[in-house]
Design a protein around this ligand. Structure first.
Ligand code: ADP
Length: 531
């Protein structure tokens, strides 16, 4: 296939700039997506199922609105409030499901809703003439007077293309056009698309087939989990390179850390226990120590008391016995605010419920969340400019890309939200940080960033209680790992050399170590070997 002439090649015709799309159900379908469609090119939007490709198309066609970020057409920021505005701007969509009327002719289907009229009558002659001339111009091989129900699906798709062209589209969006086509039909579609760009039109198509992208597209943008993971000229990349942009790569390794154990525990928890509201035992009496600069991992199948431990330590739930001390000072049995004032930070498991207010701005979230008011209150209330500056610094520090600190928290990806929650907690300089499932639902890149933040805090001398259902995370970050089952500590290991296989029988409750309920720093630790 020859490369077509590229009219005004290089000029950005249609762009998304830092666009995020958060659906009302909380799905972040696009996260900080920037992409640029050049005039006269075939641009493939590539990615796995659920990567956010259709969402991009819907925003380009005015079917969905960006939650933040902007759409640019011909170098100007535009709002496409609905498809009618997109069509008026010269953007046409060929959906996967065409919604054609089977008993109508090709021409009737094409002009439907935009019929040429003579007086109050539909001007069928003019309609037919226009359709015929489009068919000819782009070599579409469609019989204008055939009934749609008699046409194979590939030809019906051309009717969809003609519908868009008839309405004056200069940019044609095709949502997975080859999904329903045979190989031959796909090849003939590609010929049509080539002919269109050769005549100055621009084509954007969704695909997840590498071969197809190589066959037809000039440039591409890859989406992975809602984010752009690559873009460029197709001819500059091998199939393997494109493939590795599409599927999640193996994460980069966590930097090796020097595991140290101070002699004096910073955190001492003794005989701590808690009951559910209905009187059942929620957490059996447990004791543990955490040293400064140490990460103690708590492994366990969810709902085995780990959340209770976190909530009791935070003062969110009362203890029915025992106590916790931080640097010798008791911090349990106090209000959440008092616990925080003692130097305890918290990364909640359910950040949407406990960590952030999605409908508030990033700035408000970073400083106005009630339990974070204490450090600010010491200095009195800040003015909004100062709040914005503080928030912007924190965003930069956490590597969170958002248009501004006024952006709504809910428009951020789960990963960015969690980075900000963690950043906020780290900025408060806790001596003990309780991190509950800190990377749940967060993509690998953001998880690595969060791990880096946790390690830095730990290097700075804080003690970290890391509660995680993700064994890989626990094994790689922790100095020691304790297992909770049925509300009790059942085992305790040195993390060096520990594997998920060893933890398995303890997680299921099939096995437990003797005297495991008291995991004191000076107690014997079991180096990967069950007691
Ligand atoms: P793709 O086209 O790459 O398969 P989509 O843009 O269709 O991806 O979907 C991206 C994510 O957004 C998916 O998790 C999908 O379930 C979700 N999603 C798509 N449309 C909606 C919607 N209208 N409401 C809520 N979630 C949606």
């Amino acid at each position: 296939m020859s490369t077509p002439a590229m009219p005004q090649a290089g000029t950005a015709l249609l762009e998304l700039r830092q666009v995020s799309k958060l659906y009302p159900n909380g799905t972040l379908a696009n996260d900080d997506v920037s992409l640029s469609i050049r005039a006269g090119e075939i641009h493939a939007i590539v990615g796995e199922n659920g990567a956010g490709k259709s969402t991009v198309m819907k925003m380009l066609y005015g079917l969905e609105q960006p939650s933040c970020g902007s759409l640019w057409l011909d170098g100007q920021a535009r709002v496409l409030a609905d498809p009618a505005q997109a069509i008026a701007a010269g953007i046409g969509l060929v959906p996967q499901h065409l919604h054609l009327l089977p008993s109508f002719t090709v021409t009737d289907n094409i002009v439907l809703g935009a019929e040429p009229r003579r007086g109050w009558r539909i001007d069928r002659k003019t309609a037919l003439r226009r359709v015929q001339s489009l068919v000819q111009q782009f070599g579409l091989e469609v019989e204008p007077l055939a009934r749609v129900r008699d046409l194979p699906v590939g030809v019906q798709q051309r009717v969809g293309i003609l519908k868009a062209l008839y309405r004056g589209a200069r940019v044609l969006l095709l949502d997975e056009p080859t999904a329903v086509l045979s190989v031959q039909e796909a090849e003939s579609l590609f010929r049509v698309l080539r002919s269109m760009v050769a005549q100055g039109l621009t084509v954007v198509l969704i695909s997840h087939k590498l071969k197809e992208i190589r066959d037809v597209a000039d440039r591409f943008t890859v989406l992975r989990k809602g984010r752009v993971s690559g873009s460029g000229r197709v001819s500059d990349f091998s199939e393997a390179e494109l493939g590795s942009m599409i599927v999640s790569k193996a994460p980069p390794p966590i930097p090796a850390r020097t595991r140290q154990r101070a002699t004096q525990p910073l955190v001492e928890i003794r005989d701590l226990q808690a009951h559910h509201a209905d009187g059942r035992l929620a957490m059996q009496s447990l004791s543990l120590d955490i040293a400064a600069g140490e990460i103690l991992g708590i492994a366990g199948v969810e709902g085995n008391g780990q959340d209770v431990l976190a909530r009791v330590l935070l003062g969110l739930q009362p203890a029915s016995g025992g106590q916790g001390r931080l640097q010798g000072r008791r911090f349990t049995g106090l209000s959440v605010r008092e616990v925080r004032a003692c130097g305890v930070g918290y990364i909640p498991e359910d950040r949407m419920r406990d960590g952030v207010a999605a409908e508030m701005s990033i700035a408000d979230n970073l400083i106005a969340v009630s339990y974070h008011q204490a450090p600010l209150a010491r200095r009195g209330w800040l003015d909004s400019a100062a709040i914005g500056r503080t928030a912007a610094t924190l965003m930069q520090h956490c590597g969170v890309a958002a248009p501004s600190s006024a952006t709504l928290m809910g428009a951020l990806s789960g990963g960015n939200m969690q980075k900000l929650v963690l950043g906020r907690e780290v900025a408060a300089g806790p001596r003990l940080l309780i991190a509950s499932q800190p990377t749940r639902g967060v993509d690998i890149g953001a998880a690595r960033a969060l791990h880096g933040q946790l390690l830095a805090l730990c290097e700075g001398g804080a003690a970290i209680l890391l509660i995680s259902a993700d064994l890989d995370e626990l094994l790689v970050l922790s100095d020691r790992v304790a297992v909770m089952a049925e509300g009790a500590l059942v085992a305790h290991f040195d993390a060096a050399g520990l594997s998920a296989d060893v933890l398995g029988p303890y997680l299921t409750g099939a096995q437990r170590q003797q005297n495991a309920t008291a995991l004191l720093d000076n107690a014997v630790t079991f180096s990967g070997v069950p007691a």
